[in-house]
Design a protein around this ligand. Structure first.
Ligand code: ADP
Ligand code: MG
Length: 232
C-alpha cells in the first residue's frame, strides 16, 4: 500500500496536508476545485516534489528520497507526456527501455498496446501528426505498458469526447484493476469517479481527506464536495 504519512507539501504560498493510505488494488478518484492541490499531491507521490515534512511510504518502505524512476509508480500528467522528436512507437517503448533499444519482442508489445488504445498503424508517426485525443491515447499506452504497481493519472482524458473517454476509462480499469494494481486518478468529473473509482479523496481547503467510499460519498456529500458539485 501507498501511504502519505503526515505529509506537508508546499508550492510557493500554497500548502497541502495529506495523511492517508491508498490500499493495494483500490481505484481512487482525486476530486476538488481547480488549484486545490491535486496535481501537487501526484507530483509528491511520483517523486517530482519533495515534501516539506512527512513521508511517502510504499509497503512499509520510505520512498521519500527515492528518485521518480526508481519508484513503483508510473504517471500520466495533464499534458506534455510525449517527446515530440520520437515516434509513437518510441514514445510508448520508453515504458520498457529508457534507452530505446527495443527488441522484436518489445516492438510486438508496443504494437499490441497501441492496438488496445485504438492506435494500430500509428507506430512511425510523430506526436505532431496525431490529434489531441490520439496523443492522450498514445500516452495512456505507455502507462499501460509500464505495468507498475501504482498508476497515477492526472485528468488524462480531458481532450477526448465523452464516448472515447468512457472507453479509455474502461480500458484503464480492465487493464490495471484486473492485475490488482492501484490506480489514483485526478478528475473534475464526478461521472468519471462513479464509473471506475471505488473510493474518492477530496482535495480542498489545504487538505486531502482520507479515502471515502464512492457511492456513500455521492449519496451524502460532505460540505467540501457539496460546494464543489454545486460550483461545477
Ligand atoms: P490542481 O491540480 O488541484 O488544480 P495544483 O496542484 O496544480 O492544483 O496547484 C495547487 C496550488 O499550487 C495552486 O494554487 C497553484 O497556483 C500552486 N502552484 C502550482 N505549481 C506551482 C509552482 N511551481 N510555484 C508556485 N505555486 C505553484
Ligand atoms: Mg492539476
Amino acid at each position: 500500500m501507498l501511504t502519505c504519512k503526515a505529509l506537508t507539501l508546499r508550492q510557493g504560498d500554497f500548502a497541502l496536508r495529506a495523511d492517508l493510505t491508498f490500499a493495494d488494488g483500490q481505484v481512487t478518484a482525486l476530486i476538488g476545485p481547480s488549484g486545490a492541490g491535486k496535481s501537487t499531491l501526484l507530483a509528491a507521490l511520483a517523486g517530482f516534489l519533495a515534501p516539506v515534512s512527512g513521508q511517502v511510504m510504499w509497503e512499509g518502505h520510505d520512498l521519500t528520497q527515492t528518485a521518480p524512476g526508481e519508484r513503483p509508480i508510473s504517471v500520466l500528467f495533464q499534458d506534455n507526456n510525449l517527446f515530440p522528436h520520437l515516434t509513437i512507437a518510441q514514445n510508448v517503448g520508453l515504458a520498457l527501455r529508457p534507452h530505446l533499444r527495443l527488441s522484436a519482442d518489445d516492438n510486438g508489445k508496443v504494437s499490441h498496446v497501441l492496438k488496445q488504445v485504438g492506435l494500430d498503424g500509428f507506430e512511425t508517426r510523430k506526436p505532431a501528426a496525431l490529434s489531441g485525443g490520439q496523443q492522450s491515447r498514445a500516452a495512456l499506452a505507455r502507462v499501460l505498458l509500464a505495468d507498475r504497481p501504482v498508476t497515477l493519472l492526472d485528468e488524462p482524458f480531458a481532450a477526448l469526447g465523452p464516448g472515447l473517454k468512457d472507453e479509455m476509462l474502461d480500458l484503464v480499469q480492465r487493464h490495471l484493476r484486473a492485475a490488482g494494481q492501484t490506480l489514483i486518478m485526478v478528475t473534475h468529473d464526478p461521472a468519471d469517479a462513479k464509473r471506475i473509482a471505488n473510493q474518492v479523496v477530496l482535495v480542498a481547503d489545504g487538505v486531502a481527506t482520507k479515502p471515502l467510499e464512492t457511492n456513500a460519498l455521492f449519496t451524502n456529500p460532505p460540505p467540501a464536495l457539496a460546494d464543489y458539485l454545486g460550483a461545477g
